[in-house]
Design a protein around this ligand. Structure first.
Ligand code: SF4
Length: 774
């Protein structure tokens, strides 16, 4: 493949990626933000300077920080040097967090829709009016459908999500759907089937790292990202991706792998390591189960076979396998978060986990490390046991699970057809959940609460999500900005930003766990509340409605009164003290140092001690799974050849950029400026562009079986000729996202909605598109 021979000109590549700054374009946005901040400063009763510990909330990393506040206005956010996970830095998004409370696009008061859904007509209401409207609609739906599960709850992770989940229990619904099946559910499932947990990678000490698709240099800035950048002289870093990303730019070798064939490379590496007897015999004998089955299973998976699949030369695969074994246990096939690529994603993740295991790179310096945490005390609440409740809409036997599999995998015996094999009760499966709502099977779901999540832009097949919202009789969204989902809601509640509220303590698991928390850096600017206050207020109001409790016991109301008392009467600092009460001195350390930890050293080898057991059925590392055959699945990872692009079509791949957290920060002008392009662009290879009659800067229509989008063309050799890409999070529908409304193209609009049926994860690399000049 010609791209293999392409030498990356690093300087040229980075120059492109930085883009050209069009500073003028956003100037008026910046001055509006400054004006809001200055106005707030004038109104603030505070004077003088203070430093307040808190934690960033702009991505899942939750980096601890200290905020510099002057005269009641946030002056700057600084990294907390005690928080070793962020390696003494805040990324661009973390820095820009200082401007978030002052954004003119923030939600400032509760809103009730007055026009048609999506028309954008709202009236500002008081919190009391909003709560009355919600209570009335919830009770109406429960009575009409005689079922509390007729109201669904969608959310994404965060320190206040716990309170949203309390609200789910207060309403009594079983239908909660969370972000993991749009993200890392297949990764968790695949690795857990081998190790009983999703491990982290000890990148700081790894000598040989292979990363497939997890574009760390342009995704969340994590310790791994920083360590990779720092270590690149001492570490060999191999990167596999159909696109040359910034991770490719810092890699020692980049292979533009054919999408969907990563497992072929992993199986071939296992084949080389076993056939050349490079595996760690002592480790395999002592800690693993199923090696002989594995040996037999990979016999045919030679590097030559894998070359035909992946287009990576056999010699290179052999080299990778030998280096992987030679550097073990300081070798890592990177297990980082990444959405499912293709329909056999769980088997692929299993293969990656197995590769690390056979060289003994598990729970040892430089290898994969089991996650650990600091366990915090929680308040145990007893939520009502209502009578009018049905089991989850996407659980149990859902006869249409097979409908969501791509054609090429339907005949595969090791894929479940009727149900998601390992559906998480708490998280559900977004694709199946939405289908079940649309089919009203096994029962109608007609109401929805959405917290912080934006399914309109996050779930593949946007038209279907809009259809689902249209079918709802009531939608309430809680957010800090008018997300696309809020735009189609009936009532929108404005949440206080993370810099204006208390959040409970939270243990960040990982190779070295640490506890963070949040306390208000400034007073709330507008008429906003935290999710905690919203849940408590609604619970209090439900307690006043006798008709709400007809299917509950009298004690349930008493338990809920206790619940309200706990959170209404008690300051968050007391709750945090309770959470940390097992650790003397921890509260003081948290308040003074901004975080609490027991050690910043990685505790290697805990799972290798005599008598230790992993959370697998055998207690060992399961190279051959014991549970999977019981569920009708393959015990070992079976490779499934991906489908070829139909004539005249291209495989569409998705990806992220360091300035944008999922679909959340595209509207922030400072980040748009740092990104440099202000819109997303279609990456297309010169040969393909020629075929389609496209030049750099033209506009193209990208069309799949579910939708089409118009997007600016970027002709580049940094993608394969059979693959096209554009960035997630643009082409938005909410007019109140003023910087990205109808700017660029939405990937949710064109992604077809397939699901991986072992974990329920949405499949993001199974869509083929036509491309025409606009
Ligand atoms: S990586 Fe950046 S956005 Fe994420 S929590 Fe840390 S500073 Fe915030």
């Amino acid at each position: 493949m010609s791209l293999l021979k392409t030498k990356l000109n690093r300087r040229k590549f980075l120059a492109y990626s930085g883009g050209t700054l069009a500073a003028g374009a956003m100037a008026s946005k910046f001055s509006t933000i400054k004006a809001v901040a200055s106005e707030h400063g004038k109104q603030s009763k505070e004077s003088g300077s203070k430093t307040v510990p808190s934690a960033c909330a702009i991505c899942v990393n939750k980096c601890s920080l200290f905020a510099d506040v002057k005269d009641g206005v946030i002056h700057k956010l600084n990294p907390n040097h005690n928080f070793f996970k962020s390696r003494s830095m805040l990324c661009a998004r973390g820095n820009v967090g200082a401007k978030v409370p002052y954004s003119p696009d923030r939600l400032k008061k509760p809103l009730i829709r007055t026009g048609k859904r999506g028309e954008g007509k709202w009236k500002e209401v008081s919190w009391d009016e909003a709560y009355d409207y919600i209570i009335e609609n919830v009770i109406k739906l429960i009575n009409k459908y005689d079922n509390r599960s007729s109201i669904a709850f969608a959310s994404t992770e965060g320190l206040q999500e716990e309170f949203f989940r309390h609200l789910t229990s207060v309403v009594g619904s079983t239908n909660s759907v969370r972000h993991p099946t749009l993200c890392l559910a297949s990764n968790i499932q695949g690795y857990s089937s081998v190790y009983g947990t999703l491990p982290d990678a000890d990148i700081a000490n790894a000598k040989f790292v292979v990363m497939a698709g997890s574009n760390r240099a342009e995704a969340f800035i994590t310790p791994d990202t920083i360590d990779l950048a720092k270590k690149h002289k001492e570490q060999t870093f191999v990167y596999l991706d159909p696109r040359a990303t910034k991770s490719a730019a810092i890699a020692d070798k980049w292979f533009p792998i054919k999408p969907g064939t990563d497992m072929a490379v992993v199986l071939a590496m296992i084949n080389v390591i076993i056939s050349e007897e490079l595996y760690d015999k002592e480790f395999v004998n002592k800690y693993t189960h199923g090696f002989d089955q594995l040996k037999e299973h990979v016999k045919e998976n030679t590097p030559e076979w894998a070359e035909k699949e992946s287009e990576i030369p056999a010699d290179e695969i052999r080299w990778m396998a030998r280096k992987f074994a030679e550097n073990a246990p300081a070798s890592v096939w990177y297990p980082g978060r990444r959405s499912s690529f293709t329909a056999n994603d769980v088997y692929y993740r299993r293969a990656c986990a197995i590769l690390n295991a056979i060289v003994g790179a598990w729970d040892r310096k430089g290898g994969l490390i089991p996650k650990s945490g600091i366990s915090l005390k929680s308040h145990e609440f007893i939520f009502p046991l209502f009578g009018r409740v049905k089991s989850r809409i996407d659980g149990g036997k859902v006869s249409f699970a097979a409908d969501v599999l791509p054609e090429y995998i339907k005949s595969n015996k090791g894929m479940p057809k009727d149900e998601v094999a390992y559906l998480s009760e708490a998280d559900g499966s977004w694709v199946l959940f939405r289908d079940a709502i649309l089919k009203q099977k096994p029962y109608p779901v007609k109401g929805m609460f959405v917290y912080k999540q934006n399914p309109v832009e996050s779930v593949p097949n946007r038209s279907k999500t809009l259809e689902m919202l249209k079918s709802m009789e009531f939608i309430c969204t809680i957010d800090i900005q008018m997300s696309d989902t809020a735009w189609y809601s009936d009532v929108v509640l404005p949440e206080s930003t993370y810099l204006e509220r208390w959040d409970p303590a939270h243990s960040l698991g990982g190779v070295a766990p640490v506890v963070i928390f949040r306390k208000p850096v400034i007073d709330p600017l507008f008429d906003t509340k935290s999710m905690k206050d919203i849940t408590v207020d609604l619970t209090e109001r439900f307690l006043k409605k006798d008709e709400y409790w007809v299917d509950a016991w009298e004690e349930d109301k008493a338990y809920m009164r206790d619940y309200v008392k706990t959170f209404k009467g008690v300051p968050m600092s007391h709750i945090i003290k309770h959470q940390l009460s097992d650790y003397p001195g921890a509260y003081k350390m948290l308040m003074e140092k901004g975080c609490f930890y027991k050690t910043d050293k990685i505790p290697y080898g805990k799972t290798l001690k005599e008598g230790a057991r992993l959370k697998t059925k055998t207690g060992k590392i399961e190279l051959a799974s014991v549970r999977y055959p019981e569920a009708g699945l393959y015990a070992l990872p079976v490779y499934q050849k991906p489908s070829e692009a139909p004539q005249g079509k291209y495989r569409f791949v998705v990806g992220r950029h360091a300035q944008f957290t999922q679909a959340n920060t595209q509207n922030v002008p400072y980040l748009l400026e740092a990104y440099g392009h202000y819109t997303n662009m279609l990456w297309i290879h010169p040969k393909s562009a020629l075929k389609q009659g496209l030049n750099d800067g033209d506009y193209a229509i990208v069309k799949s079986s579910v939708g089409e989008q118009k997007v600016k063309v970027h002709v580049t050799e940094y993608t394969r000729p059979d693959t096209v890409f554009y960035l997630h999070g643009f082409g938005r529908l909410s007019k109140w996202l003023t910087n990205v409304y109808k700017v660029g193209a939405s990937d949710a609009e064109i992604l077809e909605d397939y699901a991986e049926t072992i974990s329920g994860n949405a499949l993001l690399h199974e869509t083929f598109v036509e491309i025409k000049k606009a």
